[in-house]
Design a protein around this ligand. Sequence first.
Ligand code: AMP
Ligand code: FE
Ligand code: FE
Ligand code: ZN
Length: 290
Amino acid sequence: MPRPRIDLHTHSTASDGTDDPARLVTVAAAAQIDVLAITDHDTTSGWAAAAAALPPGMRLLRGAEFSCVCPTGRGDRDVAVHLLGYQFDPEHAAIVAEQARLRAERVERLHRMTEKMAADGYPVDTDAVFAQLPAGASAGRPHLARALVAAGVVGSVTEAFATLLYNGSPYYVPKSDTPVRTAIEMVRAAGGVAVFAHPLARKRGRVVEPSVIVELAAAGLTGVEVDHPDHAPEDRELLRGLAAETGLVVTGSSDYHGTNKTTPIAAETTAAEALERLLDNATGVDVLTG
Ligand code: AMP
Ligand code: FE
Ligand code: FE
Ligand code: ZN
């Protein structure tokens, strides 16, 4: 059998992707993906529609990308990080409550960012931002970015981030994310496995020291995303070394967001052995097969 194509990090319209969950599965099938994970930010609301659209033979992991904060290992202020959780029970009370809290906070924060821009004369309308969101979806800066594109303020989502929405911009409003150790514990308690998403994506800002990843491995982290579009070659090698030392499972994924980013689905992939090691640690829900 040829090596399966495995993409373990993708977004739908349940968060800041542009393909609805059924379309995401169709796009994955067209890219000859054998195993797909749907990992929207702070929500599981895309799982059912993705599952219903699975074509014969495709396997679906159900996951989410948890918005977290983490010490850097340098003693400066904590940094925002993302944790991928797979195969956890979506009805686990702590996860339900924390994801609902974060989604509410995301809405509130996007309102505040929109108001700040409107106060400075940008023609951005709240309805245009929030009309993009299906029930249960997570609001994010890309929704504001698209509204800015539609209003003609900027030419693209990328330009919106570069000029107005970047971390630390005058219009940026932070949200209070989950301590990463708490998120790892929640995912594990719900029968899932946790993977540190793009830990060395330096172009987004500060990143953690490698020692922090080693500590999290001892605190219940199962894997680390090594092959990611935002990782430089030397950082991938560093992370592969860390994984070899700690026993962390190495994953690779596209972090596909439809047309909100330029990366195609399956641009980066995970080895079949790595997937099996992840699933050996997951008991919350079954892997679905179409
Ligand atoms: P938020 O979750 O609201 O803080 O927004 C962060 C999201 O914006 C990330 O998950 C990315 O999908 C997206 N993002 C961050 N930087 C960029 C960028 N330069 N271009 C396009 N999308 C971006
Ligand atoms: Fe995103
Ligand atoms: Fe992320
Ligand atoms: Zn992502």
